[in-house]
Structures are given as structure tokens and as C-alpha cells.
Design a protein around this ligand. Structure first.
Ligand code: CA
Ligand code: CA
Ligand code: CA
Ligand code: CA
Length: 261
């Protein structure tokens, strides 16, 4: 789900895919493999919140590399994906989601830059994420929208507008009034989920890229992560248990052979 997005007065650089200084923050609410994440699309709207403006996808090679390095077989619920402007620093591809660091933001967060770790969808009308002062929708969908007004695949969307358009109405209809801020945002500002999986959207002066938005948001993330860890055996631990068993069986066989001799 979309957990936060930032608005600045920066513009999209020539050849770039997101306005300078802006980012969107997504939280994974179920465990997901690379191929499951490859089915997702996400992006922004136009300033009148009447049409989809950009469509992006994850770069699967990047996700494969992150997952392989982490030793995990899927991305765990509670993981934060940030899609950000290059002016906010290099991509952050470290990922180490364990019980020991359940509250460590960096261990559970991956930061990607459009054009690198996320790529423009072939279906994208224009390509760039550009958060507008007066109106914006940031959305994530299962599959690719079939038109610039197709919201049927939306899994989550939040937004703001002082004169809500059709997509704003769709956000409220599909996800509730708490997912939409009726008003202009101004800049620099951030639209943040101040709560848990039940969205409570708020316009804030300060953004929190890659880290929980509030204490309640942090408590929720830790709880989701705990549930994810309980459902998935740690591969390293399973491997060690397996190797230990093999060594014990080998030793027993040797003892048995020596006793027989
Ligand atoms: Ca990280
Ligand atoms: Ca926009
Ligand atoms: Ca902006
Ligand atoms: Ca945040």
C-alpha cells in the first residue's frame, strides 16, 4: 500500500522520470516473490486528478539481485519500497529482514530510482512521476491499467486535490475518505499515513523517506514484520539444521559400521 509521498517545487529533469526531491513510499502488506512484484504497476495522476499520468514497474533484475544477496526467497510483509529522485541519493539495495533488526528502517527498506530499479511501463502515457501542488493521486495496481481512467486493478491509492477529479472519487470510493486529503498540498509537503493498515492520511511539513511516518505507523510495521517472520522459516537457519542432521546421521552410520566390524 502507498504509505507516503512527498511534494516539492522541483521539476522533472531532462530525460528523468521523477521530479527533483520527490519520492513515493510503499509498504508490502503480504510476502511477495519477484514474479509477484513484477505484476504490479504504480505511478501518479495529472494535476486535476482525472487521469493516470505515469505507469512504472519494478525492474526484476534489480529485485532478483536484492533478494539473492539477502538470502530470502521472497520479500516479506512490512518491507518498504521507496521510489525516489536521484537528488535524494543513490539507490539503497541493502535488505536484511530479520527478527533481530525488526525496527531497523534501513534493513527493511529498499530505495529505487526510476530508470534503474524501477522502469517505465510500456503502457505509460508520459512516464514521469511529478507530484503537483493542487492535485495528485499516487497508486499501485495489480496488472497494467487498460486506460488512463482504469482503477479496477488498484490495490492502494492516496491523494490530495482542492477540486477532486474522477480518480479522486475512485480513491474515496475504493479505499475510503481517510485515503484522500481534500485541499491543495503546497510544497515542500508530504502526504503521510499516520496510522496502520487502515489509512489515516495527513498533510505534513516534514517527509520521512524510507522510515515509519509516526509512532503508530512504526508499531504497525513491526507487527506486520513479526507476522511475516513467523510464517517464513529463515533459510540460513534451515540450512544449518539440515547440515547438522546430515553430519549426525553420517556419524551414527560410522559408529554403527565400527561397532559391526
Ligand atoms: Ca536498505
Ligand atoms: Ca502528477
Ligand atoms: Ca511537485
Ligand atoms: Ca515514511
Amino acid at each position: 500500500m502507498i504509505n507516503e509521498y512527498a511534494n516539492t517545487n522541483g521539476s522533472v529533469p531532462s530525460g528523468g522520470w521523477i521530479a527533483d526531491g520527490e519520492f513515493i513510499e510503499m509498504v508490502l502488506t503480504t510476502n511477495a516473490t519477484v514474479s509477484e512484484l513484477a505484476n504490479l504497476t504504480f505511478g501518479d495522476s495529472n494535476s486535476s486528478t482525472s487521469a493516470i499520468h505515469s505507469i512504472f514497474q519494478f525492474d526484476t533484475a534489480t529485485l532478483d539481485a536484492v533478494l539473492t544477496a539477502s538470502g530470502q526467497t521472497s520479500f516479506l510483509a512490512g518491507t518498504i519500497f521507496v521510489v525516489k529522485s536521484a537528488t535524494l541519493g543513490a539507490q539503497n539495495l541493502t535488505y536484511d529482514p530479520t527478527l533481530a533488526n525488526i525496527g531497523n528502517a534501513d534493513a527493511w527498506c529498499i530505495e529505487l530510482i526510476p530508470g534503474l530499479g524501477v522502469v517505465d511501463s510500456p503502457a505509460s502515457p508520459t512516464g514521469a512521476i511529478d507530484v503537483e501542488n493542487t492535485g495528485e493521486i499516487i497508486w499501485v495496481a495489480d496488472g497494467t491499467p487498460t486506460s488512463s481512467t482504469d482503477t479496477s486493478g488498484w490495490l492502494s491509492a492516496i491523494g490530495h486535490d482542492n477540486n477532486p477529479g474522477a480518480l479522486a472519487t475512485a480513491v474515496i470510493d475504493q479505499f475510503g475518505a481517510n485515503s484522500f486529503y481534500t485541499g491543495a498540498a503546497g510544497a515542500p509537503k508530504a502526504l503521510v499515513n499516520t496510522a496502520d493498515g487502515i489509512m489515516a492520511l495527513s498533510l505534513e511539513n516534514d517527509s520521512t523517506m524510507g522510515v515509519p511516518n509516526t509512532d503508530l505507523n512504526a508499531e504497525w510495521l513491526v507487527s506486520v514484520r513479526g507476522g511475516a517472520l513467523a510464517s517464513v522459516p529463515e533459510p540460513n537457519r534451515m540450512l544449518l539444521v539440515g547440515m547438522g542432521m546430515a553430519a549426525w546421521i553420517l556419524q551414527r552410520r560410522r559408529v554403527a559400521t565400527e561397532e559391526a566390524a
